[in-house]
Ligand binder design. Structure first.
Ligand code: HEC
Ligand code: HEC
Length: 454
């Protein structure tokens, strides 16, 4: 769903009913609950005694979920998203963002952060999901995945920051759609980042527009073109908003799990996990840290990054660099979840595995069980039969062989970096045509079942 900022309010009923059970509840102490969560990584991390490695992973989990790196400076002070979220009735501007609207743009609510009374109200349908006051209450509980509200003594939302979890986590919908237990590392393919940034009140995107040397209206059009599950990490480097074919230049949010053993990261192999973490925390989230990358001085490829010296970013104090070891350690242990046994045809998947390693030639690049090259895992676009637009927005000018574990968790939005193939069968058909593989319809569907089983 694409939301224009002015239409966000339209999703809420005109007169919100102020009978929310949430507002009546005291919320102190719930934050502690949010911090005491389980997950796959913990099973690894706490299998033995909590030594230094376990402590590093536990710290990394906190950073991944809750650390904004001081990016409130951007999302709050500059963009003033906090004001749009609060609404005029609560010290902000406009209609405010109701929980219904927040869920509609793909934000998720962590059930473990909610007191029992709120869980009951949600179950009974007595919590008012049309009232921005409820959103504020959820933010106070630290229950909105990947968003951190800053409140003053009188309860006004004075700022807002984002964490890695906003894009790279979702929930299991155990309580309701969009409300459940955290699933760290899963790509949030419901999240409409563009619509959220577009919440910035009129005039607040001007600094961004100035950097891109376009009008604020153009920035808003670009943000609206992204759609759910997508983000453009290169826009503020090269200013390219659209592919030559007119499609958005944004890429899909990939999972942040299943990356152990994988050499280069991102769709186009920008670097290691820790290179990319530093990049994102500084240049995309706009946290306060240090990012040094001479590749961004290439003014021909990255005119905006070069002009703004983004490869020489330094803040004091540095709120990012000291957290990189823990963050990388946590991502290292986020394994891809196994698919439910009923979600694929096991016999067909077994036949598909043979094809994958044999006739279809997939394993020449997607080497089992890593599913990318052990070694150098980048390819020119011509190796996979697609255009080089996105590859050319990276210093590598190549595409990274995507690791394939957990494909079943991100079928929404399509496959390949920009989601150009809506289904796994479309992916297989592409390889079949491009590589003259001569796969029969049954072989294709066997391959698809295998991909679903990873
Ligand atoms: C606004 C959404 C957003 C946020 C916030 C975000 N990411 Fe990402 N992440 C993306 C997108 C989009 C990509 C793909 C970028 C590309 O290929 O150009 C990506 C790529 C990655 C990758 C590479 C995955 C792979 O398959 O190799 C890792 C690792 C990662 N992010 C970790 C993080 C961490 C850690 C944070 C917090 C410091 C973070 N991200 C914050 C959207 C986001
Ligand atoms: C020449 C190396 C190479 C071969 C051979 C290859 N792939 Fe890929 N594969 C890639 C690269 C590179 C990407 C990333 C494309 C992108 O980022 O747009 C990819 C992406 C994918 C994706 C999308 C993953 C995602 O997260 O969207 C799937 C699925 C996939 N390959 C399956 C296969 C199958 C099935 C075969 C065999 C029929 C195969 N690949 C053969 C290199 C290869």
């Amino acid at each position: 769903m694409r939301l224009h900022p002015r239409r966000v309010g339209a999703l809420s009923p005109p007169r919100p009913v102020w009978l929310t059970a949430l507002a009546a509840v005291g919320f102190l102490g719930a934050l502690a609950v949010a911090l005491a969560l389980g997950g796959r990584a913990d099973a690894h991390a706490y299998g033995g005694q909590a030594g230094p490695a376990q402590q590093l992973i536990a710290t990394g989990k906190q950073v991944f979920r809750f650390d904004t790196f001081g990016d409130e400076q951007f999302w709050g002070s500059t963009l003033q998203i906090n004001k749009a979220v609060a609404g005029a009735a609560h010290g902000g501007v406009g209609p405010g963002v109701s929980p219904k609207t927040a869920l509609a743009v793909g934000l998720k609510v962590d059930v473990n952060a909610l007191p029992a009374s709120v869980v009951t109200a949600l179950k009974n349908g007595t919590a008012n999901l049309d009232d921005p006051a409820t959103t504020l209450a959820l933010l106070k509980l630290n229950a909105v995945v990947g968003l951190k509200g800053v409140f003053n003594g009188s309860g006004t939302l004075t700022s807002l920051g984002i964490t890695c979890a906003v894009c790279h986590s979702t929930v299991d919908n155990s309580l309701a759609p969009g409300i459940g237990h955290r699933l760290d590392g899963w790509a949030n393919r419901d999240l409409n980042v563009g619509a959220i940034v577009n919440l910035a009140p009129s005039g607040r995107l001007q600094p961004v527009a100035d950097q891109l040397k376009v009008s604020e209206a153009t920035v808003r059009t670009v943000l609206n073109s992204w759609g759910p599950g997508k983000f453009d990490a290169e826009l503020f480097l090269d200013g390219k908003a659209f592919q030559p074919n007119g499609r958005s230049a944004a890429t899909l949010i990939p999972p942040a799990f299943g990356l152990a053993g994988v050499n280069l990261h991102t769709w186009t192999g920008w670097g290691s996990v820790t290179q990319w973490n530093a990049f994102v925390a500084n240049l995309e989230m706009h946290g306060q840290g240090t990012y040094l990358d001479s590749r961004l001085d290439n003014a021909a490829q990255f005119p905006i990054a070069a002009a703004n010296k983004l490869g020489h970013t330094r803040h004091s104090p540095d709120l990012i660099t000291s957290k990189l070891p823990a963050l990388a350690a946590y991502e290292e242990v986020l394994t891809a979840p196994t698919p439910p046994p009923t979600s694929f045809d096991a016999a067909a998947a077994k036949r598909g595995a043979v094809l994958f390693a044999g006739k279809a030639g997939c394993a020449t690049c997607h080497v089992q069980p890593l599913f990318t090259e052990p070694g150098f895992n980048l390819h020119p676009a011509s190796d996979i039969g697609i255009d080089s637009f996105q590859a050319d927005r990276s210093p590598t000018h190549m595409y990274r062989t995507a690791p394939l574990h957990g494909l079943w968790t991100h079928t929404k939005g399509g496959f390949y970096h920009d989601g150009r193939f809506p289904t796994l069968l479309d992916v297989v058909n592409h390889y079949d045509t491009f590589g003259h593989l001569g796969l029969t319809p049954r072989e294709k569907s066997d391959l698809v079942e295998y991909l679903k089983s990873l």
